[in-house]
Write a protein that binds this ligand. Structure first.
Ligand code: SAM
Length: 391
């Protein structure tokens, strides 16, 4: 006999006849081995092994009785997030046992987790960021400026480097030869890794240049792995940018060389020395709802809409930074952006109660970043409130 998953619904607010008719109709329509219902006092018990949700929808549409309760039952079943698939049916039970790895921990140990980073020689001694650099927007080449910082003094780096797409930045040349571009980027990233604390996090937002067939995100990941950083994961930032969908076909309607289009970017996440980052409980500012939603690593967030207002051609939206900071850092942590642009990282760091250091080579962008910080009134409605308004 199937091992059912059970959901229980309090039906005391519905007329008893309605509950009874639903149970009768449902049990008549669906085989007991798949799913069935029964009433016990004020509770409706829904026993689920597997169910074709399209058939259930058709069943609801064909009912000649009031469907309010039946709709509620449908919603309960539909909202069950963990299920397997068996043909057209959702499988609510049994599929986990089939997939279960026996002795998972021992097997992980014998395979050796993040083996590529285990022979690192990062110091575990963390330092304070000198107060002269705390909460500052600095106009400089990051390669020069970062050399002034001590080792292990930054909790989290959130950044989006120039992608070398040929954008019109204020000072930076965005059309370097690829080897020169990566030399520049990796020299700065090496310094970033040095200044990152043991246990610190490094989040890099990056988009490959598809037209040049350069998988920037893979090349960057390869660099981090060579430098003994632990790959924590990857966020797929879905921008829902469907503008790009119906142009640039490559070889139209031919397998000769079709051109793939993308509506998303990546955020690659790395850790220095340890996957765990200790911190005080009172400095955690993520809510339970945010946590549940954001650990699912596909984030649907609209691109920044105020780039012309800020006078910068390639900004990321505040919400992307807010999610990264709340999920991977604590309040009062030190946040660094070595490609700070118009200052999105630093302004969100300030709004969420973190310390910050933002560096950009353009004076104009640094002025904008500083202005955003200055305008960020502390009495302003907190991001937390905004997040709850959005939901
Ligand atoms: C993609 S933009 C970052 C935009 C930023 N995330 C925002 O939301 O405003 C990259 C930035 O890197 C800056 N940049 C390029 N080379 C640099 C360097 N060597 N040192 C510091 N900044 C640099 C550019 O001026 C540009 O503003």
């Amino acid at each position: 006999m199937a091992d059912y998953r059970e959901e229980i619904l309090d039906v005391s607010s519905f007329p008893i006849e309605e509950s009874e008719r639903l149970v009768y109709a449902f049990n008549y329509k669906f085989p007991k081995k798949d799913a069935y219902m029964f009433l016990e006092g004020p509770s409706l018990h829904i026993k689920l092994y597997q169910l074709d949700m399209t058939k259930y929808r058709e069943f609801l549409d064909g009912l000649d009785i009031s469907t309010e309760l039946a709709e509620q039952v449908y919603d309960i079943i539909d909202s069950i997030g963990s299920y397997g698939i068996n043909g057209n049916k959702r499988l609510f039970s049994g599929y986990n046992a089939e997939r279960k790895v026996i002795n998972r921990k021992a097997k992980e140990q014998s395979r050796s987790k993040h083996y590529y980073a285990s022979d690192h020689n990062f110091s575990k001694v963390n330092n304070e960021l000198p107060s002269a650099y705390e909460n500052k927007i600095i106009c400089a080449d990051s390669l020069d400026f970062l050399k002034k910082l001590p080792d292990n003094c930054i909790d989290i780096i959130v950044t989006s480097p120039p992608y070398n797409f040929g954008l019109e930045y204020d000072t930076h040349n965005d059309t370097a030869r690829w080897n020169e571009y990566f030399d520049m980027l990796f020299a700065i990233f090496e310094e970033c890794i040095r200044v990152l604390k043991y246990g610190g996090r490094f989040a890099v937002n990056v988009q490959p240049l598809y037209s040049d067939y350069i998988p920037i995100h893979h090349i960057i990941s390869n660099f981090f792995i060579q430098n003994k950083m632990i790959w924590k994961g990857e966020i797929l930032w879905e921008k829902n940018n469907y503008n790009c969908k119906y142009s640039s076909w490559g070889s139209w309607k031919s397998p000769s060389s079709p051109y793939l289009k993308y509506t998303w970017e990546f955020v690659e996440l790395y850790c220095k020395g340890d996957l765990k980052k200790p911190g005080k409980k009172e400095n955690i500012d993520i809510t339970a709802e945010e946590f549940k939603s954001w650990v699912v690593a596909k984030w649907s967030i609209a691109p920044e809409r105020n780039m012309s207002e800020y006078g910068h051609p390639a900004m990321f939206p505040e919400e992307l930074v807010e999610r990264i900071l709340k999920l991977f850092s604590y309040q009062n942590d030190v946040v660094l952006d070595p490609f700070n642009g118009a200052g999105t990282t630093t302004v969100v760091a300030k709004k969420t109660g973190r310390r910050y250091l933002g560096i950009d080579i353009s004076e104009e962008y640094c002025r904008t970043a500083q202005k955003r910080i200055d305008e960020c009134d502390l009495g302003q409605q907190s991001l937390l409130d905004k997040a709850s308004e959005r939901t």
